[in-house]
Write a protein that binds this ligand. Structure first.
Ligand code: PMP
Length: 285
């Protein structure tokens, strides 16, 4: 695999980052994942806009201009012959060659920029979407700035492991009885014809797929309510689903052992998945 690190395209075995890099020592970094369908980038502008916001919230210097980042994404897709898959991008604050809680001087310290691809043949035809996934609920014990897409992914990773041990696919995180989001996706329930998903705040990541899906839902005259909902409400919902750049729209058929509807993917989730895949392919770059 060809990867990109700080201005260079290299074989993955030759790419290196300093052991003092603050991404490695302190999770002082942010990332984005953009999916690739038919060799093209899905929702690229949205991911870049969120990257800029994450960087500015943490006062990390922007490592490259928009056009350069687009070119790097495209070059890696070409070099690795990615038809369907993902491009992972990470920016960390870098290092001045030592460990210190105080940020190094932003004038003299360059951020670290790393990108690599993951090939996922048939990404849009994921068989899980036809079956739906099972989730458990766990307490949300993450920090209070979940709107910043940082690389602090230990708790979400533990959540995914808890789900796996329980024979499920993912976990929904709960704060004060209300669902915040999935470990790596935004969470939705459907009641009658109404789609309910948590409103934007610092409590959740502002999903790029979420924004697109809600726009398509409204354009299709579906009713959308952006508000928090409880896990009890979720267990009694007609259907549920999650969204993310890599899962698109993924139906949820079971929550904490409670089967939703008839246990198969719901009508709304299935329709939104089709619309999202069709529409986002049209604007892919
Ligand atoms: N919430 C969390 C916690 C996530 O990690 C992700 C995916 N990175 C999302 C939501 C979905 O965001 P997006 O649609 O931009 O992939």
């Amino acid at each position: 695999r060809t990867v990109y690190v700080n201005g260079e395209y290299l074989p993955e075995t030759e790419a290196t980052v300093s052991i003092f890099d603050r991404g490695f020592l302190m999770a002082d970094g942010v990332y984005e994942v953009t999916s690739v369908l038919g060799g093209k980038l899905i929702d690229f502008a949205g991911h870049l806009a969120r990257l800029e916001r994450s960087l500015s919230e943490l006062e990390i210097k922007k490592p490259a201009a928009y056009d350069d980042l687009l070119e790097i994404h495209r070059e890696l897709v070409r070099a690795n012959d990615i038809e369907d898959g993902l491009v992972y991008l990470q920016v960390t604050r870098g290092s001045d060659g030592d460990r210190d809680f105080v940020f190094p001087d932003a004038e003299t310290t360059e951020p670290t920029l790393v990108l690599f691809t993951q090939s996922k043949p048939g990404l849009a035809d994921n068989p899980a979407a036809k079956k739906g996934i099972k989730v458990i609920s766990i307490e949300d014990i993450r920090w209070g700035r979940r709107d910043i897409k940082t690389v602090q992914l230990l708790y979400p990773s533990m959540g995914k492991m808890m789900a796996k041990k329980a024979g499920c696919d993912d976990a929904w995180m709960i704060e004060d009885g209300h669902v915040t989001e999935g470990t790596s996706n935004n969470a939705y329930i459907v009641k009658g014809n109404k789609i309910v998903t948590r409103h934007l705040s610092n409590d959740i990541l502002h999903g790029i797929t979420r924004a697109a899906v809600l726009r398509f839902a409204r354009e299709a005259q579906m009713e959308v309510e952006e508000r928090s909902f409880t896990i009890d409400e979720a267990r009694e919902a007609d259907e549920a689903f999650v969204t993310s750049a890599s899962a698109f729209v993924m139906p949820v058929v079971e929550i904490d052992g409670v089967t939703l509807g008839d246990g198969t993917p719901g009508r709304v989730a299935t329709r939104l998945r089709e619309i999202y895949l069709d529409e986002s392919r049209k604007t892919a770059v």
